[in-house]
Design a binder for this molecule. Structure first.
Ligand code: ZN
Ligand code: FE
Length: 255
């Protein structure tokens, strides 16, 4: 049997996600942005929370852990490298580990940069990636703790996942990401197409999530840091892609 994903807004611009494993009836929240929003989504679906999978220590991803744990007795799984920063973790995971929720299995991939211990959860069979703040549609998370080299290596590992992967990220940042992306990669037809689609979705009040990884590979400048057009934009022809990635990240910070 498969799993069902419920997507709902939380806080001001976070996404909340519930993954319901049909075979076992277990339900995992991906991150814990807001207890009220998660409880409402559970009620609406008639699901009971059994697991919470945490990607990183930022408050907008962990704030509801204590309340949800007290209410449901849920198991809380999170990154070993941030165990000292996150209250209430029951199980610690790192790169290469797997997390099992009923019949649904997630591979844990380390994606340092936004925070040093940031992890993402990849359901290979269900072809879904829960990327939190490591990978957005047309963007990546702000580099708060890491350095560009390892961040680029982590992003490349996400880029190596199959094109038909659906990505569920942490925030609705796609429209502003599109504006920045177009400013540095204006002739990219895939990007122009996606930007138009995003504008229409947002105008209709609809989320731009989940998104197809294969399409983002062609349009997201951070996934294209080794494309010659982007090196040229920054005058970094022939330089290491990590340097171009750093330039794009700096560019976005100052956009
Ligand atoms: Zn964050
Ligand atoms: Fe966040």
């Amino acid at each position: 049997m498969a799993s069902i994903v419920d997507v709902f807004p939380a806080r001001s611009d976070n996404f909340g996600y519930l993954v319901h494993d049909e075979a076992s009836g277990r339900t995992a929240a991906i991150d814990a942005p807001e207890a009220g929003a998660i409880r409402t989504a559970l009620l609406h679906r008639g699901w009971t929370l059994t697991d919470i999978l945490i990607t990183h220590h930022h408050i907008d991803h962990v704030e509801a852990i204590a309340e949800l744990k007290a209410a449901f007795g849920a198991r809380v799984v999170g990154p070993r490298a941030e165990a000292d920063k996150i209250e209430g973790l029951d199980e610690l995971v790192g790169d290469g580990d797997t997390v099992t929720v009923g019949e649904t299995v997630f591979d844990v991939i380390a994606t340092p940069g936004h925070t040093l211990g940031h992890v993402v959860f990849h359901d290979r069979v269900g072809k879904r990636l829960f990327s939190a703040d490591a990978l957005f549609s047309l963007g990546v998370g702000r580099m708060f703790e890491g350095t560009p080299g390892p961040m680029w290596e982590g992003v490349k590992r996400l880029r190596d996942l199959p094109d038909d992967t659906l990505v569920y990220c942490g925030h609705e940042y796609t429209e502003s990401n599109a504006q920045f992306a177009l400013s540095i990669d204006p002739d990219n037809a895939a990007l122009q197409g996606r930007a138009g689609e995003v504008r229409a979705l947002r105008k209709a009040g609809r989320p731009t999530i989940p998104f197809h990884l294969g399409e983002d590979k062609k349009a997201n400048p951070f996934l294209r840091a080794d494309a010659p057009e982007l090196a040229r934009h920054y005058g970094l022809e022939g330089k290491d892609a990590g340097e171009v990635f750093a330039a794009i990240r700096r560019g976005k910070d100052n956009f």
